[in-house]
Design a protein around this ligand. Structure first.
Ligand code: SF4
Length: 335
């Protein structure tokens, strides 16, 4: 279901734009759609009041939490969709939430569990927002990152529709909506056109084009230098720095040559480099570098004027990287 479908349902029940706005605001904030029994008579015309319970039931059926896995730095939710498919959301520290945009993913990154099965299906914009609603029924959410399962650029219309709603009725500040992508020219064309312009995270992982093609086999072939230039234009237009994501893989992209390449690409840019030591997944053939080595890399970049953060990936003490909960859930006898 798309958010546009919900709007049409509301209009068919007699909603005017102000009613539509109230219902969508209530939904995205995990409040009763009718504004509460005592207020609904003031809020809505009778036909709409009569139709709201059915719409509420439909929205509630979009997604539910199948299981929750607590961890030190966040809790991972396995979210079941109406057709039985499952995706992951992660409750992050500081009121953040990481949501999924697809079931599976077509990019096929060599180090990622989600990419192994390819793309199973797109999430509708309402299913993306439903993950925020579920999280908000548990706790406050002030930041949403589109960094869970899937490549948001491959489901652009739905993701932008979700961002549009979350940045308006959802009450989330635009720079607290973070669109995360491997890099796709359509993203740089479409994002600047929206009323809600999210912040942008670019998965760089290496400064070497040939290695990038191996690590991210079905990502669009954009040279890292061009990707950074495209990102810089967006950062200057929006006023938010680009968050560069770099999964540190021992012996693959954690050497001096890469550090020199990062300095060459990012010096003077409006950018933050996020190093995320790889979260080991059995059978991928990649290993996690030591924390000391990763910290030394971050210090080196700092000294060269590149703002660098070293991050634990959210939920890593629960059971590893994106896609692992789902992988276990669909295994025989899974969660
Ligand atoms: Fe897709 Fe992201 Fe996994 Fe790459 S890391 S396969 S883009 S979900």
């Amino acid at each position: 279901m798309r958010i546009d479908d919900i709007r049409q349902r509301l209009r068919a029940s007699g909603a005017k734009p102000c009613h539509e706005q109230r219902v969508l605001r209530a939904w995205t904030q995990a409040l009763p759609l009718d504004g509460g029994q005592s207020r609904s008579e003031d809020f809505f015309p009778a036909p709409l009041r009569a139709g709201l319970p059915a719409i509420a039931t439909e929205l509630a059926a979009l997604a539910h939490v199948r299981s929750e896995h607590a961890g030190e730095d966040g809790a991972r939710l396995l979210v079941e969709l109406a057709d039985g498919q499952a995706v992951e959301s992660v409750l992050l520290p500081r009121d953040g939430l990481c949501v999924s945009t697809q079931v599976g993913c077509a990019v096929g990154c060599a180090f990622c569990m989600t990419g192994r099965d390819g793309l199973l299906r797109q999430l509708g914009s309402a299913e993306i927002v439903a993950q925020v609603v579920l999280a908000r029924s548990r706790r406050v959410v002030r930041k949403v990152v589109f960094m869970g399962m899937g490549e948001p650029a491959h489901n652009l219309d739905n993701v932008l529709e979700a961002i549009g709603l979350l940045g308006t009725e959802g009450g989330i500040g635009h720079k607290n909506l973070v669109f995360s992508t491997v890099g796709d020219r359509r993203v740089f064309e479409r994002l600047p056109q929206g009323n809600v312009k999210p912040a942008l995270a670019l998965s760089l992982h290496t400064t070497r084009a040939a290695l990038r093609a191996k690590l991210m086999p079905r990502a669009p072939r954009i040279d890292p230098a061009e990707l950074v230039e495209l990102g810089e234009t967006y950062a200057r237009a929006t006023g938010y720095p680009i968050q560069y994501q770099w999964t540190l893989l021992a012996g693959v992209n954690d050497d001096d040559e890469e550090l020199d390449g990062i300095v060459r690409l990012l010096a003077g840019k409006y950018a933050v480099m996020n190093f995320i030591p790889y979260n080991s997944v059995a059978g991928t053939g990649f290993a996690r570098p030591s924390w000391e080595h990763a910290a030394a890399m971050a210090r080196h970049l700092h000294r060269r004027g590149i703002l660098t953060k070293l991050r634990h990936s959210a939920g890593q003490d629960v059971d590893g990287g994106c896609g692992q909960l789902r992988a276990r859930a669909i295994a025989p006898g899974g969660v």
